[in-house]
Design a protein around this ligand. Sequence first.
Ligand code: SF4
Length: 373
Amino acid sequence: MTPARLLQILDAMTTEGRLYERLEDNLVRCYACAHGCLIQPGRRGICRVRFNQDGILRVPWGYVAGAACDPIEKKPYFHVLPGRDVLTFGMLGCNFHCSFCQNWLTSQTLRDPSALVSEGYIQRATPEQLVAAAQRCNAPLIASSYNEPLITSEWAVDIFRLAKQQGMRCVYVSNGFTTPEALRFLRPHLDGFKVDLKTMQARQYKELGGALQPVLDSIKLAHELGLWVEVVTLVVPGFNDTPEELWEMARFLVSVSPDIPWHVTAFHPDYKMTSAPPTSTASLQRAADIGQEAGLHYVYAGNLPGRVGSLEDTFCPACRTRLIQRRGFSVLDYKITPQGTCPACGAVIAGIWSENPPPAAGGTWGQPRRVSL
Ligand code: SF4
């Protein structure tokens, strides 16, 4: 497979975008993400999957580069239907180029020749097939993940519209580098918006191919629009792990809402960042302590299952009763009432909770299952 051949295949699976405006001289302006690319006829946006064909913005539609039924804890969402599965699909491409990307094979495939995926990754799909696949694996949720969903929002919305007609919840796993227009476009079809807050340093965001302020603005706006927001920070030694920076992140999140769950997760060397050491348990614990001291109600430590004490569990912020016990992606115990309250003191626990408890508390979920479409 050559890059030209891959683009030829992907360009055939596109439709006209909805997140753009047509300008004079057949120029288009895309606003699916905060790059706001101004694209000339015959040229591509920074993500490379959206392109200007004779004054029309063509955007990906009708394929996936991976689909699986995963535990919702893997996204990670800890306050959305715990213990349930989520049909997760991904495509190709990204608007960032993070050197520590853990999904680089699909996210960087159009930018980095060493990440050129084979034709076998790509599967034509329809929204009907994806919703049916979710129903077959008994998943009440659908997620756009694996690569950056913002750059393929039109496709996600067409799937989510159908999924919502079937009573499902729909979530994004995103870098949050978006625009108010895109968030408002998504809002009627979306329940959850998980954002990676990678650093508080504008310079570092620039190195990753983005910018800090649009991510902060998107977290705020998503919360104001009533989306359920969870935030993840991959704690990378030497990149974003000083106490000052972690305090700045935690204070920002508290200023939006102390009920936003903050997941501080452990880095392992990957892609181009192979010289930094993996995050230690002590370092993750320190980051979590900062989040709790800053006043966040729900702070979790991820990627080190069984090694971070109770930092995988959910506690009532009012009376400290343990409400959900987790190990990795498995829910071991679940006590939140069907009304979404603490059974001990009646406090409301922020999140999207099932009418029913997870299907088999104490069960052994945790393994992704590939699905056929
Ligand atoms: S999604 Fe972002 S990177 Fe891609 S074309 Fe639109 S503005 Fe540019």
